[in-house]
Design a protein around this ligand. Sequence first.
Ligand code: PMP
Length: 426
Amino acid sequence: FSSAELEHIRAQFPILRRDLHGHPLLYLDSAATAQKPSRVIEAEATFYREANAAVHRGAHTLAGEATELYEDARGTVARFLAVNDDEVIFTSNATEGLNLIAYAIGNASLGRGGAAAAPYALREGDEIVVTELEHHANLIPWQELAARTGATLRFIPVDDSGAIDVDAATGVIGARTRILAVSHVSNVTGAHSPLETLVPLARAAGALVVLDACQSAPHLPLRPRELDVDVAVFSGHKLYGPTGIGVLYGRAELLNALPPFLTGGSMITTVTMEGAEYLPAPQRFEPGTPRIAQAIGLAEAIRFVDELGFDRIAATEHQLGARLLAGLAELPGIRVLGAGIDAPRVALASVVVDGVHAHDAGQVLDNVGIAARVGHHCAQPLHRRLGVTASLRVSAGVHTTADEIDQAVAAIAGVRHFFGLTGENA
Ligand code: PMP
């Protein structure tokens, strides 16, 4: 973006006008949650002010308007993903989406869903494959599914650089693989996963492919069909949308074959005291009063990024990411996790400062108004594999400027000075 465009983008984020400890807020934590443009905040507020009602089956006009807005939001998400409306399920976040699919498959494994669901049932000896760099949200639900069904959870290791080991993948994905669950972009290294290798391996094994698209959806066009995945999930709040809303895309045949995860009202055709018949997707997976205002806010966020255009977002963020990595590479005593990975990446870096705990480093940045994330970023196994317990992560959004990246690099350089450490191995 040109500096005039960036100024225009920044003016749309009211939070960027606040300060932190006397410094203008420098927000570099978009990978945890993105800030919200005014139009998203307004879209949600306008719904509450003008059209709030429970959706579906209301006889009154407001209920009809609310339903139309909610279903329009679904249509906006479907167009964003280039899929059909009934393949879009609204969840509360990506975590719920991943649990939804894991529990639905677990229910199929218990015999729920009958003959239609049987092909997706897991048996003892079946294998679920993840990678060593997954966020806990794309690991623990699969651990639980394996424990409930007797399936075995296997993982594709990462190599010393932090990259998914594609050579090892051929030995892990095989005839017993029933599910491959993998992230599109790592929330620790920012590197794209080698889907072009992993997905065909899973397909050859006849496995379902579940994609955790949390860290890709805000940065590049997400096309589940082109990627040949069966399921893709992401969170609205990382895509400049509200909290409390996520999306699960599922191939229609799969969704309509699987039994539900959560059950209750608004998802049935008939109910007796003994049992219930379920509606097809999406209703089958959206019991209860849905996240109406949040879905409407998410649709507005999608219009916001669509208007900016992913080609331009990606080009700008690519430059910021390269500038960030180049700047950090110059600094003594700073290790960037995954710096050596040979793959495209988003504008994000997790660093370890020699001799300084990530939390202390984060505090030093906060003192000068920089919001960064510290900890294991819900990826403990990856941190363990790379020999560290925690890191300091900075991540850019559409409002991030090159000057902000330079300020962050300078602040990270200053961390070791702050603690009286200088030189390579102080
Ligand atoms: N997967 C990845 C790669 C993530 O970065 C996150 C968010 N930190 C999640 C899953 C979970 O998202 P949420 O907390 O919004 O459910």
